[in-house]
Design a protein around this ligand. Structure first.
Ligand SMILES: Nc1ncnc2c1ncn2[C@@H]1O[C@H](COP(=O)(O)OP(=O)(O)OP(=O)(O)O)[C@@H](O)[C@H]1O
Ligand SMILES: [Mg+2]
Length: 504
């Protein structure tokens, strides 16, 4: 059988970096082919070559056995190559149906009198969603009002509105909770049955074993190997990716929490935060679990002053404080690593050096000028400490791979030497090696420097592996609290769910 897609000898360089070199890849119809590699290994670059965003410097692409050259994404789309990129690309102000048909809306009439046919669009949108077993979405709703899981379903529907033969998904589950992941997997299996070939990028190895038929590993832009998933194992994949084995994913040091750093009492802000009381002590990592929509990120934003509380009290080091905006929070020694690094974490047009020092700009700059050499040292340390893959501290953040951008966000906030660090999905999109590094750093900062950590995470192994205490949120309130010893997967999941808590 001829593969749908074959890539041979692909190379691609960007200024200062060889992103891909001598890479091979093939794709059969109805196959789920996972693409693995550390942050910066070249995965996104490879799929951007397949989808016509980048042209390879050398190499051949064959589609149905025939060599093709894509000059732009439209030419790849025309052959049925649909892509869901790492950063979702929907328009929040448009409706579900408008997003699905963005750029190729069915029109009615002739010549200059052609008008967009809204009825057809809405009906076709319902049809496509129904073909994905999605029956509960209002296609006239604005995409901005949907949760991440549903936004992603719209992305898939959009991809399929062009009759895809190949669907490329770049870290589709990075922003999803377990329930949404299951729904996504059902969709993938459905497409597989229809002979769509799926290229699947993820940093979660369990997903590869659950979903994929074959796996290709890249390391530093080089092709390492392609294997049948059934012929490989997790340690095998990890050593192919990082060139060594990692034995401890959650290197947590035994802690001895000290005095209370943060205490909140009956904190409320309508409509998402109801009467929250909690404490975080020095040297303690408190995990905050819950479903998407349970109000975890919103709580973080209330504490940090982005959406200040309407009632209740916040105490830092036992003193009552008023946090009306993030600047006051920073002054009190609170740092916040947001969930959405794209819009909240980074200034993408600036370089690593500038981004890494944003939070400490004030202490670095004497009067009105900025201490560039101080900034440079800081950035160099961050690059080293977090093993950020960049050619220099002057690299524009936009040009870093997704996972490496996340590392810049984290290092920026660590550099501000906070008392309390609030992290929202800290290792989302981070590869296995760097993930255990971040976990080690987190645990060290807590135990050795007395940092108090409030960690929001949708990855249960991370919550259970790293937390001294686990709080579970449900519908804007704290539903349960467990000590490290009490916190089992079963107990936490049970507390997360409830008959009424299925938020859509
Ligand atoms: N447009 C660009 N300009 C310059 N360098 C780039 C550009 N796109 C990617 N790179 C570089 O190419 C390398 C590979 O990046 P790529 O995004 O393909 O990694 P990735 O495997 O997808 O990583 P991640 O898991 O972090 O998403 C990185 O060193 C990155 O900085
Ligand atoms: Mg990527």
């Amino acid at each position: 059988m001829t593969p749908i897609l074959e890539l041979e000898n692909i190379a691609k360089s960007f200024p200062g970096v060889k992103a891909l070199d001598n890479v091979h890849f093939t794709m059969e119809a109805g196959e789920v082919h996972a693409l693995l590699g550390e942050n910066g290994a070249g995965k996104s670059t490879l799929i951007k070559i397949i989808s016509g965003v980048h042209k390879p410097d050398t190499g051949v692409i064959r589609f149905d056995g025939k060599p093709v050259v894509f000059n732009n994404p439209r030419e790849a789309q025309a052959l049925g190559i649909a892509t869901i990129y790492q950063e979702l690309s929907l328009y929040p102000e448009l409706t579900v149906a408008e997003n699905i048909f963005m750029g190729h809306a069915p029109k009615r009439g002739i010549g200059p009198f052609k008008v967009v046919d809204w009825n057809t669009i809405n009906n076709r949108a319902y049809e496509i969603l129904a073909s994905l077993n999605i029956h509960d979405m209002d296609v006239q709703r604005k995409v901005g009002s949907l949760n991440v899981g549903n936004r992603q379903r719209v992305e898939i529907a959009k991809a399929l509105s062009i009759n895809a033969r190949i669907l490329i998904m770049d870290e589709p589950t990075a922003a999803l909770t377990e329930a949404d992941v299951e729904r996504l997997f059902d969709t993938v299996r459905l497409l597989k049955e229809r002979d769509v070939g799926i290229i699947y990028i993820s940093h979660r190895l369990q997903e590869v074993f659950e979903l994929a038929d074959r796996v290709t590993v890249l390391r530093d832009g080089q092709y390492v190997n392609t294997k049948l998933v059934k012929d490989t194992s997790e340690p095998d994949l990890v050593s192919m990716m990082v060139g060594r084995t990692i034995d401890n994913l959650f290197p947590k040091l035994p802690g001895d929490p000290g005095k209370t750093v943060l205490e909140v009492r009956n904190l409320s802000r309508a409509p998402t935060t109801h009467n929250i009381s909690l404490t975080v002590r020095a040297g303690e990592i408190v995990g905050l679990a819950g479903l998407v929509g349970s109000g975890r990120s919103e709580l973080a934003q209330v504490i940090f002053g982005i959406t200040p509380a309407q009632s209740g009290e916040i105490l830092v080091d036992g003193q009552k404080v008023s946090i009306r905006d993030p600047r006051q929070a920073v002054k009190l020694g609170i740092a916040y690593v947001p969930e959405d690094r794209g819009t909240q974490g980074l200034i993408k047009q600036m370089n690593i050096r500038e981004n890494a020092s944003l939070a400490v700009l004030r202490s670095l700059s004497r009067a009105s000028f900025i201490d560039f050499s101080g900034e440079r040292i800081l950035a160099k340390n961050s690059i080293q400490q977090m093993s950020i893959r960049a050619y220099s501290a002057e690299q524009i953040v936009n040009k870093l791979s997704g996972g490496n951008q996340q590392k810049v966000v984290i290092s920026k906030w660590l550099a501000s030497k906070p008392k309390l660090l609030i992290m929202d999905e800290p290792t989302r999109g981070i590869d296995v090696g760097a993930k255990s590094e971040i976990h080690r750093l987190m645990s060290e900062l807590a135990v050795k420097q007395g940092l108090a950590v409030l960690m929001i995470s949708s990855e249960l192994p991370e919550v259970l592996g790293m937390s001294d205490r686990v709080l579970v949120m449900r519908e804007g309130s704290i539903a349960a609290e467990f000590t490290r010893e009490e916190a089992t997967q079963e107990r936490v999941v049970t507390a997360m769910m409830s008959e009424t808590a299925r938020v859509s």
